[in-house]
Write a protein that binds this ligand. Structure first.
Ligand SMILES: Clc1cnc2c(Nc3ccc(N4CCOCC4)cc3)nc(-c3cccnc3)cn12
Length: 253
């Protein structure tokens, strides 16, 4: 609230180590000078905003994230800008990237996976109540706070994770079918991603992971065919596929 009233400037912060690089800028550890409060400061260069013509998207993302207040969503406390940069004052997630933990131990216990999936589901239900579809939930955007609680970060600004994921660039792994097929989509796309992440928490890799996007698409099609055949066969048998069951598979019927 203070940020909105007073208007911050870079002089209010001591900049610490870089935490990571985003597509349009970097994230730094920072401390507010007076309160000694630790935050993450995301810096986006205005020339990048012009070059990629993302001013409106950035504005919308920041309005959305400022309006969201949920324990599993990383807070955007406020923002300010100078001649050449826009600064976002974000909650600092002390635990770092969730997927570093996953890579370290390969896959998570069922209890841990269930805790993270429940946190994600709560955060997504909160977003959907406010008509916000994240659409871009990826492992790189999941952080942990000092108590190990999951935080969804980066509404629309994926922060390049330091973990070299071979499916890193433009991964299809987490995108729902209707997004990939560029169809009209609703909040169900986030539910699809939740299923993918649940699989990855338990198994250690997403279900359709492959060396190339083409192969991922092939594996995903095969899965789809399987679903479709099953659906047709059960319809043949006259067993009503209730809408909820269809939705839960991420297939919108
Ligand atoms: Cl936004 C935002 C808020 N907090 C963070 C954060 N926090 C954080 C904490 C701790 C550790 N370390 C813990 C000890 O071992 C080394 C890593 C890393 C990141 N990281 C990133 C990030 C991480 C990776 C790449 N790009 C950005 C973005 N963040």
């Amino acid at each position: 609230a203070e940020a909105a009233r007073k208007g911050w400037s870079i002089a209010d912060f001591e900049i610490g180590r870089p935490l990571g690089r985003g597509k349009f800028g970097r994230v730094y550890l920072a401390r507010e000078v007076k309160s000694k409060y630790i935050v993450a400061l995301k810096v986006i260069f205005k020339e990048q905003i012009e070059k990629y013509n993302i001013y409106h998207q950035l504005k919308r993302e920041m309005e959305i994230q400022t309006s969201l207040n949920h324990p599993n969503i990383l807070r955007l406390y406020g923002w300010f800008h100078d001649e050449e940069r826009v600064f976002m004052i974000l909650e600092y997630a002390h635990g770092g990237e969730l997927f570093k933990e996953l890579r370290k131990c390969g896959y998570l216990s069922e209890r841990k996976a269930a805790t993270y999936v429940a946190s994600l589901a709560n955060a997504l239900a909160y977003c959907h109540e406010k008509d916000v579809i994240h659409r871009d939930i990826k492992p790189e955007n999941l952080l942990l706070d000092h108590e190990g609680r999951l935080k969804i970060a980066d509404f629309g600004w994926s922060v390049q994770s330091r973990i070299k994921r071979h499916t890193m660039c433009g991964t299809l792994d987490y995108l729902a079918p209707e997004m990939v097929e560029n169809k009209a989509h609703d909040y169900a796309v986030d539910n699809w991603t939740l299923g993918i992440l649940c699989y990855e928490f338990l198994y250690g890799a997403p279900p359709f992971e492959a060396e190339s996007q083409r192969d991922t698409f092939r594996r995903w099609e095969a899965f789809g065919q399987g679903l479709f055949k099953e659906a047709v066969s059960s319809e043949d048998l006259g067993a009503p596929l209730d809408n909820q069951e269809c939705k839960s598979n991420g297939r919108l019927h």
